[in-house]
Design a protein around this ligand. Structure first.
Ligand code: NAG
Ligand code: NAG
Length: 289
């Protein structure tokens, strides 16, 4: 995989040029921190939220993928990221905790009342002894997540002091265009998110997928400024968030900025037992172990 830095489309080009200019301005802003010998938002923790009970797939984090628990695969990938000072698993489940300690992970026990991964990250963050500036929420069901993507979103958040949140997108496969489980994203010229939708955005007036348009698929990984993460759960649900059932829209609807990086990544999220077979086939074909 590679973080894409060039593209043939003119819109992406101006996004990159713009990013460079904004980046330069931010570098000046961040200079104050640099002079003090610290990078802006330099202390970073990766949290892998994992729960046992799941409506769609009971015990999902512990399912074996080519003989290794999925959560271990995610954890090993996260450990290869160079921007993380620390990686922890946050869970409410003893079986998951025991498994993770067994392969050497740090585990934070969180309460069963956490309604979702963001809440679990937040609770884990409060329980950590050290202070962090950035939290990366690493989904346990993306066992092939590239460490470069983790590093990429952390760097993006460090380089964009006006953003509170960063995340990644990749090219949308045409067959996923009308799949509501594949979330689409549109960004502005500087790579800040404008909107996320389960519908196809932008929508071509022909009603069909435009083969020439570079549609973007949202990947689940996200990183937050920890100050923002504290207020995020307290913000009341917003109309677009509720209508699309997309948590991240609450960030945008409240006027906060979200930085998006474009990466090359074949999404292999594991949501159902059938997905396990798919990912195993994919890994065998590529000699991944
Ligand atoms: C819509 O998609 C077609 C290709 O299917 C493309 O030629 C056209 O420029 C797109 N936009 C509009 C406004 O029709
Ligand atoms: C997750 O929980 C927080 C409350 O802590 C809420 O604001 C957010 O909308 C929830 N997201 C989902 C997808 O339920």
């Amino acid at each position: 995989m590679s973080i894409s830095t060039s593209s043939s489309s003119s819109s992406s080009k101006s996004w990159i040029v713009h990013s460079l200019l904004v980046g330069a301005a931010m570098a000046v802003a961040a200079g104050a921190y640099l002079r003090r010998g610290n990078r802006f938002r330099s202390r970073v923790v990766g949290i892998i939220p994992a729960r046992y009970a799941s409506s769609r797939f009971e015990g999902k984090p512990l399912v074996e993928i080519l003989g290794k628990p999925m959560i271990q695969r995610t954890w090993e990938r996260a450990n290869l990221a160079t921007m993380l000072d620390h990686v922890v698993v946050a869970t409410d489940d003893e079986k998951i905790a025991t498994c993770c300690r067994g392969f050497g992970a740090d585990v934070i026990m969180t309460s069963e009342s956490c309604r979702n991964g963001t809440e679990r990250c937040n609770e884990a963050l409060q329980k950590l002894k050290k202070k962090y500036d950035v939290v990366v929420n690493i989904q346990g069901d993306e066992p092939l997540i590239e460490p470069e993507i983790i590093d990429g979103i952390v760097k993006a958040l460090q380089a964009a002091p006006d953003a509170v949140f960063s995340t990644a997108v990749t090219s949308l496969a045409p067959e996923d265009a009308f799949d509501p489980n594949r979330v689409k994203c549109v960004v502005d010229n500087s790579g800040y998110a404008i909107y996320f939708s389960r519908g196809l955005i932008p929508y071509n007036k022909s009603g069909k997928v435009n083969p020439k348009f570079p549609y973007l698929l949202h990947l689940g990984i996200q990183s937050f400024d920890t100050k923002f993460l504290k207020i995020y759960p307290e913000l009341p649900p917003t109309p677009l968030q509720l209508e699309e059932d997309l948590e991240q829209l609450k960030v945008l609807e409240n006027g906060y900025k979200m930085k998006v990086i474009k990466v090359d990544h074949n999404a292999h999220g594991v949501d159902t037992p059938e997905d396990v077979e798919k990912i195993e086939r994919y890994m065998r074909e590529r000699n991944l172990s």
